[in-house]
Design a protein around this ligand. Structure first.
Ligand code: UDP
Length: 477
C-alpha cells in the first residue's frame, strides 16, 4: 500500500465563511471528535490518490480532520492493471451497466482476493486494536473481513450506485455482499443505493461535499485565471508567464508551472476563440459520463439553432492519469474518432481537452479556471453516484444542465438552481434545454446564483465532517 501525505488544515478558515450557528456546530463536532477519537487513528483506504471524486474528497476531509486534532491517514491500494480492470467491471455493474460480460469468473475473483490479501498483509502491522478503518468503494471491499478479524473497527463506504436495481447491479452485489458483510457500517451517498438486503441499522447515508479552499474550488486571482487561460488562447492581450501562484488552504503558497504553450491542457485541434461562450463538461473518460452524447447533443443544437458563438469543451484526464480507470484511453479514442467525423462547422466548435494528472495542483487549478471560464456547465451522465463536478460548478455560480440521475437529482431543483434533462438518453431534450439556457442570460445568472447558495447550504465540508464524526463515534461506542 502507498501512503498519501495529508497536511493538517485548521478549521478556522472554513468556520469563518459559515454563519455563526454553523461555525459553532463545526467547532462542537471537532471537540466531540477529539474527545472520543483522540487515541485512535482513522485509516482511509481507496484505490487512487488522484482523479475522481473520492480522491478529491479525501484530500480535503482528511486535512480538516487532522487540523481538528484527529489522526487520519490515507492508504492507496497497491494493485496491478488486471485488478483495476476487474474492479472497473464491478463499478460499471453497480451502475447497472454491463461490466464486459457480467458475472466475474473464478480466475478474476481469485486475482481480486490475492491482490487484497497482499495489501492486507501490508496494512495489518500498522494498525493498533483501537483504530478505525474506512474502506472506500468496491476495490477495497475484500479487506473488510481480514481487518475485522484483526479486531479494528471497519466501515465500508460506497460512492457509486443507481436508484433502481437490475440484473447487473444484482450481479455486482452478489460479488460484494459476502465481502462487506463483516463491515460494521455501510455508507451510501443516497439511501436508494443501499441494497434491499442491508440491515437499516447498519446503514448510514452521507452525501459528498466540496471544499471552497481546495485548489479546485478556491477563487484564484483574476490574473491567475487570465494567465492560465491565455496559455491556451482563451484570453488574449496578455503574455502568459507560464506559472500561477495561489494560496493553499493551509496558508502556504502553491506554484503551478504551466507547461509551455499548453497551460496544462492537451487540446485536439485549435483552441476555442477567446470570445466564444463555452459549454464545458468535466469528467473522467468513462462511457457512463457520456461525453459522446454531449457531443451529439451539442451538434443537434448547432444544427437546429445555428452555430452562433457557442463552443463545447469536453475536459478529462490525460489518459493513464487515473490509475484505477483502465477504460479511459479507449473512451478518449472513441471520442476522438467521433470528433474527426463531425461536420466541419461542428468540429471547429468542439474541443477535446486532456488535463495531465501528474501534478494535482496543476490539474485542479486548470479545471478550476475552465469551470470559471465556462458559460454553462453540463453533466449529462447516464448514471451518477453523486456528481461532484456539478457541485463544483454550482459553487462557482455556474448554471448547470445535468441529467436527472443519482445524486444530481438531490443537488439540482429544476428551474431553481440548475436545469435538468429528465432522460439522459434524450439528446433532443438536452439540445433544447441547453439552447434555452444559452438564449437567456438572466436565467443563467439567476440559476448560477441560486446554485451557489444551494451548495453553501448543503454541500460544504462542515456537514460532511459532522457526519463522519457521527459515524466514527457510532463505530466505537
Ligand atoms: N476531475 C479532475 N480532472 C479531470 C476530470 C475530473 O480533477 O480531468 C475531478 C472533478 O473535478 C471532480 C472529480 O474528478 O472533482 C469527479 O467527481 P465526480 O463525482 O463528478 O465523478 P467520479 O469521477 O467520481 O465518477
Amino acid at each position: 500500500m502507498i501512503e498519501v501525505d495529508v497536511r493538517a488544515v485548521p478549521l478556522e478558515q472554513l468556520g469563518a465563511m459559515l454563519a455563526p450557528d454553523r461555525a459553532a456546530a463545526l467547532e462542537a463536532s471537532a471537540a466531540r471528535a477529539r474527545a472520543v477519537l483522540s487515541d485512535r487513528t482513522i485509516w482511509h483506504v481507496n484505490a487512487t490518490a488522484h482523479g475522481g471524486g473520492v480522491a478529491e474528497m479525501l484530500q480535503t476531509l482528511l486535512a480538516y480532520g487532522n487540523g481538528a486534532g484527529v489522526d487520519n491517514r490515507w492508504l492507496v491500494l497497491d494493485a496491478d492493471a488486471a485488478f483495476f480492470t476487474i474492479t472497473k467491471r464491478v463499478h460499471n455493474m453497480l451502475h447497472g451497466a454491463p461490466g464486459d460480460g457480467g458475472r466475474l469468473g473464478d480466475a478474476e475473483r481469485a486475482h481480486y482476493s490475492a491482490v487484497l490479501e497482499t495489501n492486507l498483509r501490508q496494512i495489518l502491522p500498522q494498525l493498533a486494536p483501537r483504530d478505525i478503518v474506512l474502506l472506500h468503494d468496491p476495490q477495497t471491499a475484500g479487506l473488510a473481513s481480514g481487518l475485522r478479524r484483526a479486531g479494528v473497527h471497519v466501515a465500508w463506504r460506497c460512492h457509486v450506485g443507481r436508484d433502481d436495481s437490475n440484473e447487473m447491479t444484482d450481479l455486482a452485489w452478489d460479488f460484494l455482499r459476502p465481502m462487506i458483510e463483516p463491515a460494521e457500517v455501510l455508507v451510501f451517498s443516497r439511501l436508494a443505493y443501499a441494497p434491499e438486503w442491508t440491515d437499516p441499522a447498519r446503514v448510514a447515508v452521507i452525501a459528498p461535499s466540496v471544499d471552497p479552499f481546495s485548489a479546485k474550488n478556491l477563487t484564484p486571482s483574476a490574473d491567475a485565471v487570465d494567465n492560465l487561460l491565455a496559455t491556451v488562447g482563451l484570453v488574449t492581450g496578455i503574455v502568459p508567464s507560464g506559472r500561477v501562484t495561489f494560496d493553499r488552504r493551509d496558508g502556504t503558497q502553491g506554484t503551478v508551472r504551466l507547461r509551455a504553450a499548453t497551460g496544462g491542457l492537451v487540446l485536439d485541434g485549435p483552441a476555442p476563440p477567446h470570445d466564444a461562450r463555452l459549454v464545458v463538461q468535466v469528467s473522467r473518460w468513462d462511457r457512463l459520463k457520456d461525453m459522446s452524447g454531449v457531443m451529439t447533443g451539442f451538434a443537434t443544437m448547432l444544427r437546429r439553432h445555428g452555430p452562433g458563438d457557442t463552443h463545447l469543451m469536453l475536459v478529462g484526464p490525460a489518459v493513464a492519469g487515473v490509475s484505477d480507470d483502465p477504460e479511459g484511453a479507449e473512451v478518449l479514442d472513441e471520442c476522438r474518432r467521433q470528433w474527426h467525423a463531425l461536420p466541419a462547422y461542428v468540429q471547429s466548435r468542439v474541443h477535446l481537452a486532456s488535463v495531465p494528472m501528474d501534478d494535482p495542483d496543476e490539474n485542479a487549478i486548470v479545471i478550476n479556471a475552465l469551470q470559471r471560464h465556462a458559460h454553462v456547465i453540463v453533466q449529462k451522465s447516464l448514471v451518477e453516484g453523486f456528481g461532484l463536478t456539478a457541485t463544483e460548478a454550482m459553487w462557482k455560480s455556474k448554471p448547470v444542465v445535468a441529467s436527472m440521475v443519482g445524486g444530481i437529482r438531490d443537488q439540482i431543483t429544476d428551474g431553481v438552481d440548475g436545469l435538468q434533462v429528465p432522460d439522459p438518453c434524450d439528446l433532443d431534450a438536452f439540445a433544447a434545454v441547453l439552447h434555452h439556457l444559452l438564449s437567456d442570460d438572466d436565467l443563467a445568472a439567476r440559476l448560477g446564483q441560486a446554485a451557489h447558495e444551494r451548495v453553501r447550504s448543503e454541500y460544504l465540508p462542515d456537514r460532511h465532517l459532522a457526519q463522519y464524526v457521527d459515524l466514527f463515534v457510532r463505530l466505537v461506542t
